[in-house]
Design a protein around this ligand. Structure first.
Ligand code: SF4
Length: 373
């Protein structure tokens, strides 16, 4: 799962070329969201029950109030973030932070949903190309496979074909953001359409909060993709953030794979040059339409589609707010009172400082506490 490993060493799916989507990570949230309707019945009373968000700072441990001066990017040893980090943050920032701090906390049933979501994505991907696993031993190799995937897909897009699992990356508000677009194709009118596949455990469409998070995710993909094809993403920025060594020779498997794809390269630097040239010279359009397709996991039935309006100002505003946390400019925040129902199905409810600090009345969490025990 390329998007969720800090360094993607080991082996990478390629040729055809592929790079597993990040979107399966979000599928685990389906479990929470499927219980949204019943949980929302326990929506707490007036917001006067809650202290303001600023009040939370007084209940934070000392290290969070200033003794630890490192930013979350430094504390978690991150060179970049995934698009899914930000969309998970959009669901509940505090929950996303716990996910980073306590990665083993994922419940087994959520892991199963992840697996099934990944299988459906894989089946879709195999419809358009074969997969080849390329063994990699360095982060340079892993990025090289990503670049080979991009190089193989650009001509397909140019000839108005359909591609799946397109890697995207770019600096946003000072942080490198990385993701994988599920699918890009052209509509009969010739517009470039991004299609994101979301699998659902139950045969029903998600409610608004889940849709909001999904919309933000695919808006981010457009934001980055458009910047890539407009030449706004540079190799210097990529190297600065990832600390990649462009001169390091690539591994034999990657070199062989590159040769098979018709690319005569020796180092990552050669490949990067090719990628950035291809992206800017191939005259690819920006994304016109953003579409989410919700599919029932068990039957593969399409439950519905959502066309998302891209609101650039709103997306940028959200990104600025979320990046402020990552850069260490503010503390993480939990959900607002209106969304306190999310806590009822949250794995971290028992340990949540936001909730303990008064963010959410503990009474509405009782059912979950019992269930967890
Ligand atoms: S308990 Fe609520 S506020 Fe805390 S992490 Fe979970 S969803 Fe967020």
């Amino acid at each position: 799962m390329a998007e969720n490993g800090e360094e993607e060493m080991g082996s990478v799916e390629a040729s055809g070329f592929s790079d597993l989507s990040d979107s399966e990570l979000l599928e685990y949230l389906d479990l929470e969201d499927t219980q949204e309707s019943s949980a929302s019945l326990s929506k707490p009373g007036p917001s006067s029950e809650l202290p303001g968000k600023d009040d939370k700072l007084t209940s934070l441990p000392k290290w969070k109030r200033g003794l630890d001066v490192s930013s979350p990017m430094e504390r978690f040893h991150l060179k970049h973030l995934y698009v899914t980090d930000l969309s998970t943050q959009d669901w509940c920032e505090q929950q996303m932070v716990y996910g980073k701090e306590l990665p083993g906390f994922l419940a087994p049933e959520k892991a199963a949903v992840l697996d099934t979501g990944a299988s459906i994505h894989l089946a879709r991907e195999l419809e358009v190309h074969d997969l080849v696993t390329v063994p990699t031993t360095t982060k340079e190799d892993a990025w090289a496979v990503k670049f080979l995937n991009i190089l193989s897909m650009i001509p397909v897009l140019q000839s108005e074909g359909r591609i799946r699992e397109f890697p995207v990356f770019g600096e946003v508000e000072g942080v490198l953001l990385v993701g994988v677009i599920d699918e890009l194709h052209y509509t009969p009118k010739g517009e470039l359409e991004l299609a994101e596949l979301k699998t659902r455990r139950r045969p029903m469409l998600p409610l608004e909060a889940q849709k909001k998070k999904d919309c933000f995710q695919i808006s981010l993909y457009k934001y980055i993709f458009d910047a890539m094809v407009q030449g706004k993403v540079t190799s210097a920025s990529l190297i600065h953030h990832t600390k990649l060594c462009p001169d390091k020779p690539l591994g034999p498997s990657v070199l062989r794979h590159a040769r098979q794809g018709g690319f005569s390269v020796k180092s990552l630097g050669d490949l990067m040059e090719l990628v950035f040239l291809s992206l800017t010279l191939s005259d690819l359009p920006v994304i016109d339409i953003l579409k989410i397709e919700y599919i029932h996991q068990e039957t593969a039935t399409v439950l519905g589609t959502e066309i998302v309006a891209f609101e650039e100002k709103e997306v940028r505003g959200k990104v600025q707010h979320y990046m402020a946390y990552w850069m260490g400019h503010r503390e993480p925040q939990g959900v607002d009172v209106e969304e306190a129902w999310k806590c009822r199905t949250c794995n971290y409810a028992d340990i949540c400082e936001w909730r303990r600090g008064g963010g959410v009345p503990s009474s509405i969490l009782e059912p979950l506490a019992k269930k967890v025990k």
